[in-house]
Design a protein around this ligand. Structure first.
Ligand code: PLP
Length: 222
């Protein structure tokens, strides 16, 4: 909440990330500040600089961070972590965007929750571009079927695709694949790029980047 932006303040880091995104791409890129495992004081600091778009990867932690802040003007919350079907209703109640749809069962429970609550978060499908066995996300070969099922079933909008490239591989080919899959499936939004590669993501056409530690500073353990 200090007005003088020291180089290690959230305000300074945010300005730096925004200008680097601006330089990397001619299209607008939404900066999602990933607030998982960040202390409350940093969330307050981000809000004080006018930031309004945040990502969380666990429903319960997100409720602790955001339930009491839900009516802040312009606030937009993205779920970027794996979703259990028994948490669908809580997720629909809290989030504006759910980026981690990866199977028909989740589409069904989200659809039921949306109908029940009269709230229709935008959806992204998470794609396991590296086809890693331990990672969530639909494999590319099964994407078209899940897209069709989601469009038939979900009463809100399916807007895009999200990926987390394998840690030990260059991200570029994964971002290129995600962009190609989005185009083939008629989807506009692409969530790709994190602290270490958000500019690369933007150059490959990301419409959303998910930046945690480069925005807030290192996370607490947990
Ligand atoms: C934690 C997380 C991020 C942010 O990670 P940083 O490397 O701190 O930017 C982005 N996307 C997902 C899915 C995450 O879980």
């Amino acid at each position: 909440m200090t007005s003088t932006a020291s180089p290690d303040s959230i305000a300074a880091r945010r300005d730096d990330i925004l200008s680097r995104l601006d330089a990397a791409a001619s299209h607008p890129v939404e900066l999602i500040a990933v607030s998982k495992r960040q202390p409350d004081a940093r969330i307050e600091e981000a809000l004080a600089c006018g930031h309004r778009v945040f990502g969380e990867n666990r429903v319960q932690e997100a409720e602790a961070h955001w339930a009491d802040r839900r009516d802040i003007e312009g606030l937009k919350l993205h779920l970027i972590g794996p979703l259990q079907s028994n948490k669908s209703e809580e997720a629909v109640a809290l989030f504006d965007v759910i980026q981690t749809v990866d199977r028909a069962k989740i589409v069904k429970t989200l659809s039921a929750a949306a109908q029940k609550l009269g709230r229709f978060p935008d959806l992204f499908i998470q794609v396991n571009t590296g086809e890693e066995p331990q990672k969530s996300g639909v494999v590319p070969a099964e994407l078209a079927e899940l897209v069709a099922f989601t469009r038939e079933t979900y009463p809100g909008r399916l807007v895009g695709l999200m990926c987390i490239p394998p840690v030990d591989e260059p991200a570029g080919p994964h971002f290129a694949l995600l962009a190609k899959l989005a185009e083939e499936n008629g989807l506009e939004s692409l969530s790709m790029g994190m602290s270490s590669d958000f500019e690369l993501g933007a150059r490959f056409g990301a419409t959303h980047v998910r930046v945690g530690s480069a925005f807030f500073g290192e996370r607490e353990d947990g």
